[in-house]
Design a binder for this molecule. Structure first.
Ligand code: GLA
Length: 414
């Protein structure tokens, strides 16, 4: 299918492939998740405002479509707070949201009315990581209820399952994740399944077998790692190692894009602050996630979006690399303490190449077509600036600022 658009500024066309079948989530999911902004303070009104902001900011036009509620929507165990505590389930065993979420079905229906999708969170254990009711022994009730409410994504977070079974072998972990995977598949609804067990038992090797569409490969990025270096570099290096397991419908998940105005989990009432990452570091962060075909979930505050953050999140040519339909996660071509070169094949025959300067001083970084296993002349395009910068027969080299990146698309010259 080809879509053409034209106005006084010019015209563009783009072809799309429509795929029907049993596999969902064919490109990495994109959206927003509340955890790193709201933690256990999240309310229905916050989610509502975030959905509005996805549309009014223009992010939805770039395909940021999931509005994900993380932990803390259910009833809290062990609390005297009447707003959060009380019976966790009704007489039939149906899970009850806490008083901050007065009407889940109305919330998802509002999200859907904006053309967006809704995500929810629970744990296979008796309680979630933040101490709210989990799904243990109510897995089928909860899968059914989430579908009835209209959710389109489930993040299933290991948390207290260790108290049910301490078995962290692949077989031990596949049990709870497989049970929920089968339940979701049996629903009369497409629900994206995000496994969150921090990479235990080499989840990348079996996540797809339990119907996972993505799986976290590491522990939490968190404000401690997301906000300063080498935090997100280390998370990316760990995630990069599992490139061979990612493909269309089944993605390695290195956690969220924590830029913009971010909260602080450690102090629940600490004021939100602007990320400490420099502009160059934020370009590197977004480039790493896009080269790795990672799910792109912005995790800063939707209601305090600044122009710079939006520009990092919404560069269509960068997003194209993440969403490329070939579904390849970048391979490491070169990695030293100072440099990282990643390569990713794209659906149209082009190759994305990212030259990262990991060091604190300016560096010239080059790559030859031979290193890339390419031959011929290529047009080199600076993806962040959306400009063709060269026409090269054998190699290219560029000066990269400290902690910055040159993200390129190499297209065979006609
Ligand atoms: C774990 C997960 C996080 C978040 C919290 C919620 O730490 O890894 O992504 O969902 O639980 O409590």
């Amino acid at each position: 299918m080809t879509i053409r658009a034209a106005n006084s500024a010019g015209s563009m066309e783009r072809s799309f492939t429509i795929v029907a079948g049993d596999t969902i989530g064919l490109t990495p999911q994109m959206g927003w998740n509340d955890w790193y902004s709201y933690y256990s303070r999240i309310t229905q009104a916050d989610v509502h405002s975030a959905a509005d902001a996805l549309v009014s900011s223009g992010m939805a036009d770039y395909d940021y479509q999931f509005v994900d509620i993380d932990d803390a929507w259910a009833r809290r165990l062990k609390t005297t707070d009447p707003q959060l505590g009380g019976n966790t389930r009704d007489a039939e065993g149906n899970i009850r949201p806490n008083d901050r979420f007065p009407n889940m079905a109305a919330l998802t229906s509002y999200i859907h009315s904006l053309g967006l999708k809704a995500g929810i969170y629970t744990s296979p254990g008796p309680s979630t990581c933040a101490g709210f009711e989990g799904s243990y022994q109510h897995e089928a009730d909860d899968a059914r209820e989430f579908a009835r409410w209209g959710f389109d994504l489930l993040k299933y977070d290991y948390c207290s399952y260790r108290s049910v079974s301490p078995d962290l072998s692949p077989a031990g972990l596949k049990k709870p994740y497989g049970m929920m995977g089968d339940l979701l598949k049996g629903l009369d609804r497409d629900v994206i399944y995000n496994l969150c067990e921090y990479g235990k038992g080499d989840v990348w090797q079996w996540g797809e077998q339990v119907s996972g569409n993505s799986w976290r490969t590491t522990g939490d990025l968190g404000v401690e790692k997301g906000d300063t270096l080498p935090g997100f570099y280390h998370v990316a290096f760990a995630n990069m190692a599992h490139a061979e397991y990612a493909h269309s419908g089944a993605w390695n998940d290195p956690d969220y894009i924590l830029i913009g105005t971010v909260g602080d989990a450690r102090h629940s009432n600490a004021p939100a602050h602007q990320t400490n990452l420099s502009a160059e570091e934020q370009y590197s962060y977004m480039s790493l996630w896009s080269m790795m075909a990672a799910p792109l979930f912005f995790a800063g505050e939707m209601t305090h979006l600044d122009t710079f953050t939006l520009n990092v999140l919404c560069n269509s040519e960068v997003i194209d690399i993440d969403q490329d339909s070939l579904g390849q996660q970048a391979r490491v071509l070169r990695q030293t303490g100072d440099e990282l070169v990643l390569k990713k094949k794209l659906d149209d025959g082009a190759t994305a190449v990212a030259l990262f300067n990991l060091s604190g001083s300016v560096r010239d970084i080059g790559v030859s077509w031979q290193d890339l296993a390419l031959a011929g002349t290529f047009v080199t395009r600076d993806v962040w600036r959306q400009q063709d910068v060269g026409h090269e027969a054998s190699s290219c080299s560029t000066t990269v600022a400290p902690h910055s990146v040159m993200l390129m698309r190499l297209t065979p010259a006609k």
